[in-house]
Write a new protein. Structure first.
Ligand code: FE2
Lengths: 157, 436
């Protein structure tokens, strides 16, 4: 495992989301991982305060399977997304323990019908290594305007 | 607009689409309905210390909720009496002993009264002291703090707080009684979700029990499918407690029951509700029993009111200590703020459950929220159609319904929506001229 493997992983995750390969994306996640998007800009507690997202594997799977549902009216027509990401910082690189953490600045665009919104954010990934493959052990997405009023955000940065 | 024009828009079993789409109607709502009715402003735990304030809106009116030096809460118009500059624009803060306008440094006590005007001799002999601008920041017509919930009436004269809300206050009572120490405390900032639809669509949806199994099939139905495929593991995933009950059958929602109170208030979940089947939280019942005794503690928790609408634009979910404020920003624009409160003296797991419900259901990132907003926005666009001008509210309608008396009915009735429009006409026209 070298640093470039970690960085490549972050890029390929973004590409999966942009290409709508959500089932493949879901398989990247560890079963006990959480996807956290705080509501407060400096929010420390994901449990006892409201977040935008704090999703376990069941919720992430529900989100992905719902996207393809026959009666998912808010996805008829479907949304599309697009990530532009900066080269990730590898903040933790512990090959021995199999623990890695990255910090990645992104511009995330989501579009549906005639609407398009831009979100600027920092994504912090906790990664681990299972059978020689990198997996997501946790992901925290800090929107630079997390406390702003939003319309629907239907896909995931 | 005049009173006869407003009355012509509401026919009991149907309403004219102008109530959702017309700019003139919206402006009349801001001038009349939101002035004559009692409107939710905030919670006193948002401004616990002297000088603490929050900024918000009552209808389209910018206001400040502030804790004055005597400990009382005041609601002031957020406008400098000099040139109109907003005195505060951050959502929350502490102003110390006084407000100071950032434009020309006119300053005001935290009850709004004028404190000082710089270079005052420039006004000598000008008659400034004879204008209302000289008094300071204007206060709203009336303020009431009920179990920590702050309400205001913009109009100086009008219906009293007690008469306006009547027995509907029992839902707030129940929410507060759930706290072993008898009070609530705000738990973090609210979710803020922008809706491109009329504010009344959201309020009506709070007691619309015929939409969950249809509009939310994509969320709740899919959750149940996944759970079955997993072999129904125990303990069940959190989403199965919170989202899955939306798929309950029509019969379930029918037997939940709906209660309406005079002046547009009402609630779903008279007998039980989709919140009845939550896992018990260790230690909570024991704490509540300490406060109230066994019988009363049980009675408090047996009450499982789903959504209690406080007309015109607020909703309380007592079993989950949640409040949703539907703030109108235009005929086709509404900001929904969804708050969670902590029950003083209760285990942390309660506020964790409420926070989870809030993000799963009320967030701009929530799949359940997506289901709903899609319907509102389609309705807002569909109502532009001239194919039909009237919107139907006829489910379980009876001619000659009397909304001045409390009623309990089948949980799928649209009576509460009709009740809201009955009150809408009443408080729109209370101070209107009859005809042109
Ligand atoms: Fe809904």
């Amino acid at each position: 495992m070298i640093r470039d493997d970690i960085i490549d992983f972050i890029y390929s995750e973004a590409r999966m989301l942009d290409e709508g390969r959500f089932t493949e994306w879901l398989a990247l996640w560890m079963p006990d991982a959480h996807y956290w998007m705080p509501l407060g800009y400096n929010q420390a507690d994901p449990i006892n305060e409201t977040s935008l997202l704090y999703e376990d594997h069941f919720m992430l799977r529900l989100r992905v399977e719902r996207l393809n549902g026959e009666r998912t009216f808010s996805q008829k027509p479907k949304s599309r997304c697009h990530h532009v990401i900066q080269r990730p910082f590898v903040d933790v690189f512990d090959v021995k323990a199999g623990i890695f953490q990255t910090n990645t600045a992104m511009h995330y665009i989501e579009t549906r019908l005639d609407e398009q919104q831009l979100l600027a954010l920092t994504a912090i990934h906790d990664l681990c290594c299972v059978d020689g493959k990198l997996r997501i052990a946790g992901k925290k997405v800090v929107l630079v305007n997390s406390d702003a009023a939003f319309g629907n955000i239907q896909l995931l940065p | 607009m005049h009173a006869d024009e407003i009355r012509a828009l509401v026919q009991g079993h149907q309403v004219h689409r102008d109530v959702y789409t017309s700019h003139a109607v919206y402006q009349a709502e801001m001038r009349h309905l939101f002035a004559n009715a009692w409107i939710f402003v905030g919670h006193d735990s948002q401004t616990p210390n002297k000088g603490d304030y929050i900024t918000t809106q009552i209808g389209d009116q910018p206001v400040i909720q502030v804790r004055h030096s005597d400990g009382n809460i005041h609601i002031l118009h957020n406008r400098c009496p000099h040139k109109g500059t907003k005195i505060a624009i951050d959502r929350a803060g502490n102003t110390g002993k006084f407000f100071r306008c950032p434009y020309h440094a006119w300053s005001f006590k935290t009850n709004g009264c004028r404190l000082a005007i710089p270079l005052k001799k420039g006004y000598d002999g000008t008659g400034l002291e004879n204008t209302p601008n000289y008094e300071g920041m204007a206060a709203v017509g009336a303020v009431e703090v009920y179990h920590g919930f702050v309400f205001a009436r913009l109009a100086y004269n009008g219906i009293s707080f007690e008469e306006f809300f009547g027995d509907s206050l029992s839902s707030i009572d129940n929410m507060v009684a759930r706290a072993p120490e008898g009070r609530l405390k705000i738990a973090g900032p609210p979710l803020r979700y922008m809706h491109k639809c009329n504010w009344k669509m959201l309020v009506e949806n709070q007691t619309d029990t015929c939409h969950p199994m249809v509009a939310h099939e994509s969320s709740a139905g899919t959750a149940i499918d996944i759970f079955r495929e997993m072999g129904e593991p125990e303990p069940r995933p959190a989403a199965m407690q919170i989202i899955a009950p939306f798929m309950s059958a029509y019969e379930f929602f029918e037997s939940m029951g709906i209660r309406t109170w005079p002046n547009g208030h009402g609630h779903t979940g008279v007998n039980m509700s989709i919140h009845s089947d939550y896992d018990a939280i260790p230690g909570y019942y024991e704490a509540l029993k300490q406060t109230h005794g066994e019988r009363k503690a049980k009675a408090i928790l047996d009450e499982s009111r789903h959504n209690s609408v406080y007309f015109p634009n607020m909703m309380v979910k007592a079993p989950l200590q949640q409040l949703r404020n539907f703030i109108p920003l235009g005929p086709d624009k509404t900001l929904v703020e969804s708050y969670v409160y902590r029950l003083a003296g209760a285990p942390d797991q309660l506020v964790a459950m409420s926070s989870m419900y809030n993000r799963m259901i009320n967030a701009p990132t929530s799949i359940v929220g997506h289901d709903d907003l899609e319907m509102y926005e389609r309705a807002q666009e569909g109502l532009q159609s001239n194919g039909l001008e009237w919107v139907n509210l006829q489910r379980l309608y009876e001619t000659g319904e009397d909304f001045d008396v409390e009623a309990v009915e089948n949980g799928t009735t649209e009576r509460q929506m009709r009740n809201q429009f009955d009150a809408w006409v009443k408080f729109m026209t209370a101070d209107m001229e009859e005809a042109a």
